[in-house]
Ligand binder design. Structure first.
Ligand SMILES: [Zn+2]
Length: 226
């Protein structure tokens, strides 16, 4: 039998089980028969175990303060707080250097990390977007990189592209998928068959890429309260 905390309530009519990452809570009416409740709970053992495993598997947002790491191109870069005066990323050592003073202000620290991601993704787009745009015969009016809560990129009817800086945490071929996806919108704004045909021509594994984002999107996000 699993460990649980029992919470009795006058207003409850039925017994319920609540599974959280920390513990199992059983909510029951005040006058519940403890013998039959325990018998019922015993039948729920495997369900409880399953729920707990599911919660363990669920990806959580990045917290660079507690993990001292940040995802860049699919790799956990180590965050090194040093006597440096400016923050920087070293791809060779897979490290991110931050000045000591930043750790006293988590808001500024988060903003600094975001700015590093913005600059670095802008650099990556500079180096890689042009060749895709040429191959896909797109003429873009502008590219903007910033943090978004719920999108990886967008393309307006005026062919202005935006990209979420948190994309930098994804492996490079996944970033390339988003580039191809947004460029395809230069030709077709809707997600229709014509649109996917253009995507497929320039990024064959687009179905796998979409699945990857479904599974991993959350783990690229950075918590607000570091
Ligand atoms: Zn789209």
């Amino acid at each position: 039998m699993f460990d649980y905390q029992l919470k009795l309530s006058k207003r409850r009519k039925t017994v319920a089980i609540k599974v959280t990452p920390e513990h199992v809570m059983v909510l029951a009416p005040e006058n519940v028969c403890h013998v039959s409740m325990r018998q019922w709970l015993a039948t729920k053992q495997s369900w409880v175990k399953q729920q707990q495993l599911k919660l363990l598997d669920a990806p959580s947002l990045q917290n660079p303060m507690s993990s001292r790491t940040l995802l860049i191109f699919g790799v956990h870069y180590q965050i090194v707080v040093d006597a440096v005066s400016t923050s920087s990323i070293c791809h060779q050592k897979k490290m991110i250097f931050l000045p000591q003073s930043l750790t006293e202000n988590v808001k500024r620290l988060r903003a600094t990390l975001i700015q590093l991601l913005v600059n670095e993704l802008a650099k990556y787009l500079d180096e890689h977007l042009t060749q895709y745009a040429e191959a896909m015969k797109c003429s873009i009016s502008s590219i903007k990189v910033r943090e978004y809560k719920s999108r990886w990129g967008s393309c307006s009817s005026k062919k202005a592209l935006t990209f979420n800086c948190l994309l930098l945490g994804a492996p490079k071929h996944m970033i390339n998928y988003v580039i191809v996806h947004e460029l395809a919108h230069c030709h077709v704004l809707a997600h229709n068959a014509h649109f996917w045909a253009i995507v497929e021509k320039h990024f064959q594994a687009h179905k796998q890429a979409r699945r990857w984002f479904k599974v991993n999107s959350k783990s690229l996000m950075i918590e607000y309260n570091l």
